[in-house]
Design a protein around this ligand. Structure first.
Ligand code: GLV
Ligand code: GLV
Length: 355
């Protein structure tokens, strides 16, 4: 291979490897056992010659790594993730390194996990499962694990991008929930979908679903029964859910986070869960990942999973393939994007446009 491409982790499937090999790349996959590589580990991996790197959201891609990659003759870095809050895009630009992410292929998979957590929280599935396994079930009772009926309740979505919109549609159509959403951009497609579905229900003699675009995130938190967070993590969304906003939420609300941990003030959330046993959360991400704030793991009204929202086989293979295409496209100077609705071009504005 003429080009050297490094992947900081083994990734699912073989398509991504074959794509690179077919295009004259030698692929080096780091098999280091420890889960999270340090900046020093990655500098060593980059070495003296490296044309592109596929990295992970647990790695700190900033000044040090981009300068090392640039010294090694590198042209591209792709995160194997849609989120890129671990990447300093300005530093990458400064060293002339293109940055890619992997949107599109994880939209439904991630929305499905948010929906799973919503249902699991509403119907207390994890608590009930623990109860069965512990041998506590000694007969049916009218009051055993009573939860929330979603039908007719309001689902709140903060961040109605690809994932947030897909989740909203699942909850509206699947469970006949009304929608309230907040996003800086109007989601006309989503609004039309809910309107059309509402008309369908009405025509069939059922109560129609409704939608409303909120003028603030707080409005969604105050009014919705189930709230799912799908914003990008930045200064405006850091601790978007905090002590005050938790207080303003319904006492028996359900809060879901499959975006990034720091969007929630997790210590405040633990306090709120203690004081409000009817309030429930489903969390895929944590403020100090991989750690949890003290007390969270003891809360029966919390469902906690280890950042697996994009973890379906199809999606993870797709993410690996997109990451390889991101890097390859830049090295070989060709645009790789066939379908702009499905995937995004490089974040680098100077990258070639889609064909
Ligand atoms: C996962 O969290 C991602 O951003 O893809
Ligand atoms: C990410 O893919 C989003 O726009 O929700």
């Amino acid at each position: 291979g003429k080009y050297r491409v490094v992947s900081t982790k083994p990734m699912p499937g073989t398509r991504w490897i074959n794509l690179l090999i077919e295009q004259d790349c030698r692929v080096e996959i780091c098999t280091e056992k420890k889960t999270i590589l340090s900046v020093e580990d990655i500098v060593a991996l980059i070495g003296d010659k490296c044309d592109g790197v596929i990295g992970q959201l647990t790695e700190d891609w900033g000044e040090v790594l981009f300068s090392a990659l640039s010294r090694a003759g590198g042209k591209a870095f792709s995160n194997m993730a849609v989120g890129y809050n671990n990447v300093d895009v300005n530093a990458a630009n400064k060293y002339g390194i293109a940055v890619g992410n992997t949107p599109g292929v994880l939209t439904e998979t991630t929305a499905e996990l948010a929906a799973s957590l919503s249902l699991a929280a509403a119907r207390r599935i994890v608590e009930a499962d623990e109860f069965m396994r512990a041998g506590h079930y000694d007969g049916w009772l009218p009051n055993l694990f009573v939860g929330n009926l979603l039908k007719g309740q309001t689902v709140g979505v903060i961040g109605a991008g690809r994932i947030g919109s897909a989740y909203a549609r699942m909850m509206v159509e699947g469970f006949k929930m009304n929608l309230i959403y907040f996003d800086l951009y109007q989601s006309t497609r989503l609004e039309k979908f809910v309107t059309a579905y509402g008309e369908f229900l009405k025509a069939n003699g059922e109560v129609p679903v409704t939608w409303r675009r909120a003028s603030s995130m707080d409005e969604v938190l105050r009014e919705a029964d189930v709230i799912s967070l799908h914003p990008v993590l930045d200064k405006t969304t850091f601790h978007l859910v905090n002590k005050e906003s938790l207080k303003a939420m319904k006492k028996d609300a359900i809060l879901i986070n499959c975006s990034r941990g720091p969007v929630i003030d997790e210590a405040a959330l633990v306090e709120h869960l203690k004081e409000n046993p009817m309030f429930r959360v489903g969390l895929d991400v944590f403020e100090d990942e991989p750690y949890m704030k003290p007390g969270l793991a003891d809360m029966k009204n919390a469902i906690i999973v280890p950042h697996i929202a994009s973890a379906s086989k199809w999606t993870r293979e797709g993410m690996a393939t997109l990451a390889a295409l991101n890097v390859l496209g830049k090295i070989k100077q060709y645009p790789v994007w066939a379908d702009p609705n499905r995937v995004e071009p490089f974040l680098d504005e100077n990258a070639p446009p889609p064909a």
